[in-house]
Design a protein around this ligand. Structure first.
Ligand code: OGA
Ligand code: NI
Length: 333
């Protein structure tokens, strides 16, 4: 791609910044031009930045302010928001509560997570279906729910826009992913990474190396930095530094499975060695639990097809959550 440069024979990959405003254009050619860039990035690193996404900077600033206020609450209050182990995916995840990279110490981070709220009385809520239980909010910070739900709604809009671009990039109808994403178990996460102490355990990280489980992730990071993406070609870790006014987008395991491996769910991690607290807000678009993810691309019979066997969103997510739990013994909030 245009910003991959050859340095002494080695490929120095970088993560492109894609202006997604033309995805809203009436001109199909303009939309296609963005889709092409998305398709290239999806096949290359599986990561790209988006600019001109339309999300208000004030909303982003408010979300970070409230995330900081939340993590500053007394531990006792946060611990009351830890969900029962049988029903994770909501509420507070304490420090060291997740180990994303097998064979390394648990992650030096604490988290809060909430999903899309279904209307009260929805049978899926009553039945305790996967990802459908009510969110857990702190009583002492009522503003948090209001702002976070606005932020989440903004992410759903960006998600929808990106999914049209992704569909176009694959030669599909622009609304191809609408059925997949309707009432998805979208997870909005707030993360706090304290600075790593100098005498930290070997291998400890803010967030161990992992791929994201779902469809697409839309991440806002603060100005501290520390996110790194694996460049498979060289084995090097590439920094994904904060770029003002942008979000980092990466594709998750669902898209890799769906495209038979053509689009990449790339390995990434967070190193917390900047000497200061870092905050980030990832939005995970996971799709509707009942949706069947089947091969999108032709020519995938035989072994490749078996490797990417059709699974519902719910089956696929539970499979990935269980894998992490089994390899690490740590719950995955
Ligand atoms: C994640 C993740 C990166 C970050 O939560 O899956 O990769 O910068 N987060 O916090
Ligand atoms: Ni991730």
């Amino acid at each position: 791609m245009s910003d991959v440069v050859e340095i002494t024979g080695q490929k120095a990959a970088s993560i492109p910044v894609i202006d997604i405003a033309p995805l809203r254009s009436k001109s199909r050619d303009e939309r296609l031009a963005v889709a092409r860039q998305i398709g290239e990035a999806a096949q290359d690193m599986g990561f790209f930045y988006i600019a001109n996404h339309g999300v208000s900077p004030d909303l982003v600033a408010s979300a970070f302010r409230l995330a900081k206020e939340f993590f500053s609450l007394p531990l006792e209050e946060k611990m009351r928001l830890v969900p029962p182990e049988a029903h994770p995916g909501r509420g507070y995840g304490p420090m060291h509560g997740q180990a994303l990279e097998p064979g390394t110490p648990p992650d030096l981070k604490e988290s809060f997570i909430f999903t899309l709220s279904l209307p009260e009385g929805d049978p899926r809520v009553a039945a305790g279906r996967f990802g459908r239980l009510p969110n857990l909010w702190p009583d002492s910070l009522p503003e948090m729910r209001v702002v976070m739900e606005r932020y989440q709604a903004a992410m759903v809009e960006v998600r929808d826009l990106l999914l049209t671009g992704l569909a176009l990039s694959l030669g599909l109808a622009e609304d191809y992913f609408a059925e997949y994403s309707v009432e998805g178990v979208e997870m909005q996460r707030l993360l706090h990474y304290p600075p790593q102490p100098p005498d930290h355990e070997p291998g400890e990280k803010g967030c161990g190396a992992h791929t994201d489980f779902g469809g697409i992730t839309i991440l806002k990071q603060d100005e501290v930095g520390g996110l790194q993406v694996l460049d498979d070609d060289t084995g090097n870790w590439i920094d994904a530094p904060p770029i003002p006014e942008t979000f980092v987008v990466n594709l998750g395991d669902q898209i890799q499975r769906w495209t038979g491996g053509r689009y990449r769910s790339n390995v990434h991690r967070v190193i917390s060695n900047a000497g200061r607290d870092r905050f980030s807000i990832p939005f995970f678009s996971n799709g509707n639990p009942d949706y069947l993810i089947d091969s999108l691309l032709t020519g995938q019979d035989g072994p490749a097809r078996a490797h990417f066997e059709p699974l519902t969103v719910e089956q696929q997510l539970i499979q990935r959550i269980t894998e992490v739990r089994l390899t690490n013994g740590a719950p995955t909030p």
